[in-house]
Design a protein around this ligand. Sequence first.
Ligand code: GSH
Length: 200
Amino acid sequence: MIKLYWAPRTRSLRALWVLEEAGAPYERVRLDLSAGEQKSAEFRAINPMAKVPALTDGPLNVAESGAICAYVAEAYPDAELAPPIGDPARGRYLQWLFFSPGCIEPALLAKSANISVRPESAGFGDFDRVFDVLENALATGPWLLGERFSAADVMIGLDLHFGIDIFKLVPSRPALRAYVDRCLARPALQRAKAIEAAGV
Ligand SMILES: N[C@@H](CCC(=O)N[C@@H](CS)C(=O)NCC(=O)O)C(=O)O
């Protein structure tokens, strides 16, 4: 059975949400980050980066929230969280899955740290371009792949929720706001948030 190593108010919410969407049976192991439990030798054997989330599934270890979303989507195909190999929608699915750590996170980091970078050198181009591209992708919606919800929405939906609602770094454009609200209305995300609030 999957064992999820997690902590509240972290990127673990992505893993909780995707597991809840998949309907996967899983056990949670909460780490106390302030006590440094993520730095134990036992946990570093699972994630050498000493960060949550990470999961084990029998002998398999996987860390990085994007990789966890991809793994869960493929391990539970009946939940239809990823277009299968051979489906043309898989191209965009993979693109959006990688867009979160590859473009959105660095754009948010650069903005919050007030770092300016040459758009030609920065993988994300520039901050406005990232959110213009997302706004355009969501113009037809309701999800990044149109009518199909996918694990990429877990990554990007939470990036936008945090970027707009929590860190207030991303301007709340109507298409982005409506998309975040659709994500927040999903029962699986509500269950994940309830787990986070309960802390167990
Ligand atoms: N790229 C990683 C980032 C994971 C990450 O930064 N986790 C933070 C919480 S959001 C953490 O574990 N921090 C504790 C520490 O670094 O000691 C992912 O997407 O999973």
